[in-house]
Ligand binder design. Structure first.
Ligand SMILES: Nc1ncnc2c1ncn2[C@@H]1O[C@H](COP(=O)(O)OP(=O)(O)OP(=O)(O)O)[C@@H](O)[C@H]1O
Ligand SMILES: [Mg+2]
Length: 317
């Protein structure tokens, strides 16, 4: 069974609340209040575990919320390597307004992580009890963690001869791409921020090809929300659409996509087949309410509805 390690430097407890209408100045009677473990890598670990791989989640945890996070991760049968920090783990809140169907997401910056604390995370990652087949680092970096952090994670993955998968944006993504990453999964806004704000689809594919030609990445999975996703590898470019669905909640769609894709590749599937599982997991995630992630049965059901076609994009002049 493949082992997938995830790294989440800014994990959270995701609190999910429902209210009929958001009105200022009055007490709004709410429902829900469910608490789920969250943060990019924690979510990816939960999805790959549901699909049947062994998952170990590495993350810093502090205070009461950090202790609760460990319990919530254990509840999902995901193994934790939680490194103690002096700061308090953040709690993010998603409010679902029933009358409009809108979701409001309140996200905190996260606690300051001291030098010795983030170094301890890297050390723990480098000394896992079982050699991981894949290391997936995902999410924002909290205050105190340097922008070249994911570049250091890439070096650890190389030491294990593990695939390094990264879901990050901005300066931390740029720094990581100075080294070698197996797969990146930007969304449209993140890829445009990296490659150029006004790029159309053809230009975005060219930007992905350039990253591959420069040996920075093996592949790019560019997710496009309701418009599906693009996959670019050295062998070609493809566009995928999931089955037409009415999205209930898009929270965790990107993490579910990545979990589906990583799991499938760790199981020995090709890039294209892994991409199909990614889109299936993204579709399954938007059918799940609140902060719920994709469930395995729904991912397998959605798999049959994913359509993939090669993209005819000429090489850049
Ligand atoms: N509204 C939607 N309808 C159908 N599928 C969706 C929708 N939103 C997302 N998906 C699916 O989930 C995948 C990932 O979504 P998206 O591109 O929004 O990722 P993201 O921006 O990284 O998400 P996140 O907010 O979780 O970080 C998409 O490629 C698609 O398959
Ligand atoms: Mg994302």
């Amino acid at each position: 069974m493949p082992t997938i390690a995830t790294l989440t430097m800014n994990p959270a407890i995701d609190v999910s609340i429902a209210v009929d209408r958001i009105v200022p100045g009055v007490k709004m009677r709410c429902q829900g209040g469910s608490r789920d473990p969250g943060g990019g890598g924690v979510n990816v670990a939960r999805v790959v575990k549901r699909l049947g791989a062994e998952a170990v989640a590495v993350y810093p945890a502090g205070g009461e919320a950090g202790a609760q996070l460990r319990r919530l991760v254990a509840r999902e049968a995901v193994e934790s390597v939680a490194l103690p920090i002096a700061g308090e783990t953040r709690e993010d809140v998603t409010v679902f307004e029933a009358s409009s169907g809108s979701q409001y997401r309140f996200v905190l910056p996260g606690p300051h992580v001291q030098d010795l604390e983030w170094m301890a995370c890297l050390k723990a990652l480098a000394h896992l009890p079982t050699r991981p087949d894949v290391i997936c680092a995902s999410g924002s970096l909290p205050p105190g963690v340097p922008n070249d952090f994911y570049r250091r994670v890439a070096a650890i993955a190389e030491g294990y001869e593990a695939r390094f998968v990264l879901d990050a944006s901005g300066a931390p993504l740029k720094a990581a791409l100075d080294g070698h990453v197996h797969l990146i999964k930007p969304n449209l806004a993140e890829m445009r921020e990296y490659a150029g704000a006004t790029l159309d689809e053809t230009a975005l594919v060219h930007a992905c090809r350039k990253l591959i030609a420069e040996n920075r990445v093996e592949a790019v999975a560019l997710t496009l929300g309701a418009d599906g996703a693009l996959l670019v590898t050295a062998d070609g470019a493809w566009r995928a659409h999931g089955a037409a669905v009415t999205a209930v909640s898009t929270v965790g769609a990107g993490d579910s996509f990545l979990g589906g894709m990583i799991w499938a590749q760790a199981e020995g599937h090709s890039w294209l087949e892994a991409f199909r599982y990614g889109v299936a997991a993204g579709t399954a995630a938007v059918l799940a309410a609140g902060t719920e992630l994709a469930h395995a049965a729904e991912i397998h059901r959605q798999w049959a509805g994913v359509e993939i076609a090669p993209l005819a994009v000429e090489n850049a002049a």
